[in-house]
Design a binder for this molecule. Structure first.
Ligand code: BGC
Length: 783
């Protein structure tokens, strides 16, 4: 291996030792900029030295990011990507699995390119690498920030052991419309929760605030906040659709989670596909520069989403790719993912004076800074550690963490007669198309998954029952009656296709023999995620028909609902005694489910999205405005000339924050340390007694909501402002305190100023957004 990075040829410059940098490609001498003690120079000096040696086209090359494609280790140089890297036309590659392949590309960058600048190597490590955690929406239902941090740490540990140094996560797009498939990739509908969870995940990935010069540990990777911004607001939940939103709404409801992740020190940001104020996000200067950099102080680099610069043409706001790339760069975009636009056109744009070399320097520097903080200039191979590659991926330790975290994400929606947990006895019938699939359980965006290593639900149950009970199994149904429809949601992760009647009969046969029926039904992994919008959120046809037949047997039925979004479970709520939303629980979901189903662990997940009664209610969210003619949720009668629908009452089937346990919790009265404060510097405490009134030790998620009763602009009926995940032993009670601070009462007013206005507020605490204890607080004007 070349050691050119610690070159011995120095020139003296001031007090620093500066390396001689060869200018001729023939000599292939690389940059090495070290101090007298052989340590790498401070970041600014290092990058100054390096950039002084770069040609304009080499600088532009750093702004280019491409998919690595299918390369072989021996033939990497002969591929398009390999050739581009050698020419210095590539700043990074992404979504490539395999240490050898990544090392082969890094080798080209180091040995074959003129300046030997190492590559960023990205991947959509969205909820784990090979050890897969539950999908992000499920993770958010844990309301467990420590768990989120762990998810980030383990994901980074595995990815960095496989050559990856950059992940395209966290995604904190607020999604209010469950028809949108990508609701599965975020933290649900609440801006505060989404920000807190996204920040924790970022800290886990990076282990450092990348606004500083700190070099990341070799088992940490750079995070990428996405999709900036407002992607979750696509009209009617249709993928890549138009977004149109007031600035007031952006500021109060959609932007806070991105800001929280920026403040957590995320190293990079990905621009979104959608329009913002009728300009594509990638070309939106106000969002990419004024808000992100000037207002929030973001210091890292902005990468586009996949081919977003090229898509500017389809949006109709640039006449050709050259103009689109100029717009993107000038807006504040630094790196071009897969449009090949910057490398093709920016040199010409500089020649024409459309952009300046200084604009390119700025973007290039930001990317080089990220490489510096990733330690790549000290050791370009620090993420290519063959030993770690063997020990750190899919290890027993990582899998145990994933199993524990998964158990926290299941949301128990209904448990009539305490049907769950099941006893390990008698005969259990396991039925459904998700019960014995290996490649679907990890969920959407599982780029590096290794399904051959995973245990299906059926296999896990057989192991858990260990001969104590008999497990009967039948697939029972396809996903959909229509083969094509099923394929749309499979995307290669196929579920065995069978004869509908035969499968149903087999299921009914074992149901007859069984004491209890457990159904593993719902969506496939890719019925949510990117480009997986649905217009009907009910259980797919054949599955619901089978479920109805099974319910008719009179045997107790437990429904494990697999879903990447809130689905409609109105029929199921009426007819099925026990329902648990299990989302997609990752590689260890089989064991995690058994832990909960058989009672070794107690479910504690709570919804982070409202679950609708019908699809037509979407977008549905708890923190809505009141309207001029409000009608309470679940009003029995339709109210003419009021804000409700003819055919379904207002409100969700299951509200935001909801989730049952195997125990019960009782909330005492809410107390405030003061009911009246003067504006400015104050802090009061809200206290509530929470008691575990059941017989199991368990976790509860205590939630704090606030409503601003009268303000200069209409404010939501309630907003989450805090939460605590607490553990209470059976019978134990505890005083839970929340500090209420002026910050919590602030909002962006019509002038987009972040203000607190005096007046009355309701402070609410409870176990979900609907059942709360309330007290009033008055903030008085200055006398
Ligand atoms: C998605 C991003 C993803 C990127 C790279 C895009 O299609 O929108 O979320 O990070 O591809 O794979």
């Amino acid at each position: 291996m070349r050691t050119a990075f610690i070159s011995l040829s120095f020139l003296l410059a001031g007090s620093l030792m500066v390396p001689a940098i060869a200018h001729t490609p023939a000599s292939k001498k690389k940059v090495a900029t070290t101090t007298q003690k052989g340590k790498i120079l401070p970041m600014k000096e290092y990058i100054d030295q390096l950039m002084a040696k770069m040609t304009l086209q080499e600088k532009i090359g750093q702004l280019n990011l491409m998919v690595a494609g299918d390369i072989t280790t021996g033939g990497a140089l002969n591929t398009q990507v390999g050739g581009d890297i050698a020419k210095g036309n590539m700043g990074g590659v992404f979504n490539i699995k395999g240490l050898d392949k990544i090392k082969a590309l890094q080798d080209i960058a180091i040995k074959n390119s003129r300046l030997g600048i190492p590559l960023l190597v990205g991947m959509d490590v969205i909820h784990g690498y090979e050890t897969m955690f539950p999908i992000p929406l499920a993770l958010s239902c844990s309301w467990d920030t420590e768990a989120m941090k762990k998810v980030g740490e383990v994901s980074a540990k595995e990815a960095s052991a496989a050559g990856i140094n950059w992940t395209y996560s966290p995604m904190v797009d607020i999604a209010l419309d469950a028809r949108w498939g990508r609701i599965s990739e975020g933290n649900g509908e609440d801006p505060y929760l989404s920000g807190v969870m996204g920040a924790a995940l970022t800290q886990g990935y990076q282990g450092a605030d990348m606004r500083t010069e700190e070099i990341l540990r070799a088992d940490r990777i750079m995070a990428c906040l996405k999709h900036f911004a407002l992607y979750g607001a696509v009209e009617s939940g249709k993928e890549y659709n138009t977004v149109d939103m007031s600035r007031i709404r952006m500021m109060n409801q959609y932007l806070p989670p991105y800001e929280a992740v920026v403040k957590a020190g995320v190293g990079s940001v990905m621009s979104s596909f959608n329009l913002i104020d009728y300009t594509p996000a990638t070309a939106n200067h106000w969002m990419m520069t004024d808000v992100l950099r000037k207002q929030w102080g973001f210091k890292g680099f902005v990468v586009t989403d996949y081919a977003s610069i090229a898509e500017i043409l389809n949006h109709g706001t640039a006449k050709d790719l050259k103009e689109a790339s100029e717009q993107a760069l000038l807006a504040g975009t630094d790196m071009d993912m897969c449009s090949n636009a910057f490398v093709k056109h920016l040199e010409q744009s500089v020649a024409e004076g459309k952009v300046t070399e200084e604009d390119i320097n700025t973007a290039c520097r930001r990317i080089l800074e990220a490489k510096y903080k990733l330690g790549l200039f000290s050791n370009p191979y620090r993420y290519c550690n063959a030993k770690r590659n063997k020990t750190d991926i899919y290890s027993a330790e990582n899998r145990q963490i994933a199993r524990d975290v998964a158990a926290e994400t299941f949301v128990l929606l209904k448990n009539e007669g305490n049907l769950l947990p099941l006893k390990k006895q008698g005969k259990i019938a396991l039925i459904g198309p998700l019960a014995d699939t290996r490649n679907n359980i990890a969920g959407t965006w599982s780029v590096a998954q290794a399904p051959e290593k995973y245990t299906t639900i059926k296999e896990a149950m057989e192991k858990a029952l260990d001969g104590k009970a008999t497990l009967l199994y039948a697939q029972g149904s396809n996903i959909w009656r229509d083969r094509e429809l099923q394929k749309n949601g499979e995307q290669g992760k196929s579920i065995a296709w069978g004869d509908e009647v035969k499968m149903k009969n087999e299921a009914l046969q074992i149901a007859k023999e069984a004491d209890v029926i457990v159904c593993a039904m719902g969506e496939t992994a890719d019925m949510s995620g990117e480009c997986a919008s649905r217009t009907n959120l009910e259980m797919p046809d054949v599955q619901q028909e089978l479920l109805a037949e099974l319910a008719k047997t009179g045997k107790p039925v437990v429904l494990l609902n697999f879903a990447g979004r809130p689905t409609v479970l109105s029929w199921e709520k009426e007819h099925i005694p026990a329902i648990m939303n299990v989302w997609f629980g990752g590689s260890e979901v089989g064991d995690a489910l058994c832990d909960v189903i058989f009672g070794d662990k107690v479910p504690s997940g709570k919804l982070t999205t409202s679950m609708p009664k019908t699809t037509g209610q979407e977008p549905l969210y708890y923190n809505h405005q009141n309207t001029g003619r409000p009608v309470p949720d679940d009003n029995q009668k339709f109210a003419k000339f009021a804000s409700n629908c003819l055919d379904v009452s207002n409100g969700p089937l299951y509200p935001f924050g909801y989730g049952l346990s195997y125990t019960t919790f009782e909330y005492g009265d809410l107390k405030l340390s003061s009911h009246e404060v003067n504006m400015d510097d104050w802090k009061i405490t809200a206290t509530i007694n929470v008691k575990n009134t059941g017989s199991r030790d368990a976790d509860e998620i205590v939630q704090l909501y606030i409503r601003d009763m009268v303000a200069s602009i209409s404010r939501p009926v309630k907003e989450l402002k805090g939460f605590q995940r607490i553990h209470l032993a059976a019978g134990e009670s505890r005083e839970i305190c929340f500090d209420i601070t002026p910050e919590m009462l602030k909002f962006y007013n019509a002038e987009l100023k972040h203000v607190i206005e005096p007046g009355d507020f309701q402070i609410m605490v409870g176990g979900n957004s609907k059942e709360v204890k309330t007290q009033n607080l008055t903030v008085k004007k200055h006398p």
